[in-house]
Write a protein that binds this ligand. Structure first.
Ligand code: NAP
Length: 347
């Protein structure tokens, strides 16, 4: 049976909005309705997203409840703080998928500490693979009409470490994560560190020392996976690539070395998009570009007594737009993989 799902995309001129339009275009049931944004309203989409030829002549309109009304699905790809206000004005039966941070955190206190301002509330979390006390987060998504898509760094670190946390083979109170990040993670905004003269041939750390906003969301996920207490030292590093995250995540080994690999194998054996690579093969960001995949490898550093996981994702696909589509499929009762590709772009 062919059903048609009308999808409005808000933030259509931005990096995430553009990727939502690209990724959702491969879904056989999706038809795009309103494409909305802010300062670019009135422009043809092709001015801002020249790679989306099939939508080049569509005109961007203002982000208003009126323009977003009457769709089955509304995807919000707006700066954090903007989506809660607009979402509150959309009908309860519309499936609203927020790619921003406004509805991800359970703790209002953590929201206040890391983002500031009033907490907008908590929506069902759009990471189907997340290990939860009862099973997986996908069990909580069918029929949902509000979904909070995870942060991109959060996706990489959570998927990297949750099997070890759930199996009890790592100590979650001493996690260290260092990430190499592509620049699209920062959005299209203009700022000094993002100029080519600063970025090319350079690697720049940012939000060092525990200030990054993704920290409470990572801890929330690892607690979902079974940690009674989790602590992380988290350091992202901008490296000269447009897309991609390579996360190196380590934690002290608990128990036997033999139990480590099987924890990851078992956690992801049936996952269509999260793949533990064959032993000895390490993930690269390039292998995930354009694909809704998370690729990883796990090793034990015997002398350091630490488990080391390296995970790669495309921040704009598995890190955002792909997760949004995957969660939409589950919410609407469609096969979870519909329209989603595991095929990357190489070289
Ligand atoms: N980039 C990533 O890898 C990534 C990954 C996961 C989640 N996210 C989240 O996704 C959201 C979008 O990120 P992005 O990287 O796409 O940012 P971006 O490239 O800067 O795009 C922002 C978009 O929001 C629109 N906008 C800005 N202010 C607005 C307002 N007051 N009302 C309505 N629209 C407004 C902009 O429209 P105009 O251009 O017309 O002004 C633009 O379309 C953010 O919350 C971000 O944290 C990003």
């Amino acid at each position: 049976m062919h059903m048609s799902i009308s999808v409005a995309v808000s933030g259509a001129s931005g990096y995430v909005g553009g990727e939502v339009l690209r990724v959702f275009s491969a879904h056989p049931e999706v038809e795009f309705g309103a494409l909305t944004a802010h300062s670019s309203a009135g422009d043809a989409l092709g001015v801002h997203q020249p790679h989306l030829r099939h939508l080049a002549e569509r005109v961007i309109v203002d982000t208003t409840p009126e323009n977003l009304a009457g769709h089955d699905v509304v995807v919000l790809a707006l700066p954090h703080g903007s989506s809660a206000e607009i979402a509150a004005q959309l009908p309860p039966e519309t499936l609203v998928i927020d790619c921003g941070a406004d509805h991800r955190l359970v703790s209002a206190e953590a929201w206040g500490e890391y983002y500031g301002g009033e907490h907008a509330g908590t929506w069902p979390y759009g990471m189907p693979e997340l290990i939860t006390p009862g099973g997986r987060q996908r069990d909580a998504l069918p029929g949902a009409t509000r979904i909070a898509v995870p942060g991109c760094n959060v996706t990489a670190v959570t998927l990297a470490l949750q099997p070890g946390v759930a199996a009890g083979v790592v100590d979650p109170t001493d996690i260290v994560a260092v990430l190499a990040n592509g620049y699209s993670g920062a959005g299209k905004k203009l700022a000094l560190p993002y100029l080519a003269s600063e970025a090319l041939g350079n690697a720049q750390p940012y939000a060092v020392g525990g200030s990054h906003r993704h920290i409470p969301e990572i801890l929330q996920n690892l607690e979902s996976a079974g940690a009674s207490e989790a602590r992380i030292s988290f350091t992202p590093t901008l490296v000269p690539m447009a897309r991609g995250i390579l996360a190196t995540v380590t934690a002290p080994l608990r128990g036997s070395v033999e139990a480590v690999r099987s924890a990851w194998e078992e956690a992801y054996a049936d996952e269509p998009f999260v793949h533990l690579l064959p032993e000895g093969q390490w993930p690269t960001t390039a292998a995930t570009l354009g694909a809704n995949t998370a690729l990883m490898q796990v090793a034990v550093d015997g002398k350091a007594r630490r488990v080391v996981v390296v995970a790669a994702i495309d921040n704009l696909v598995k890190g955002t737009a792909g997760a949004a589509l995957q969660s939409m499929n589950v919410a609407l009762g469609l096969p979870e993989t519909t329209g989603l590709s595991t095929i990357g772009v190489a070289p």
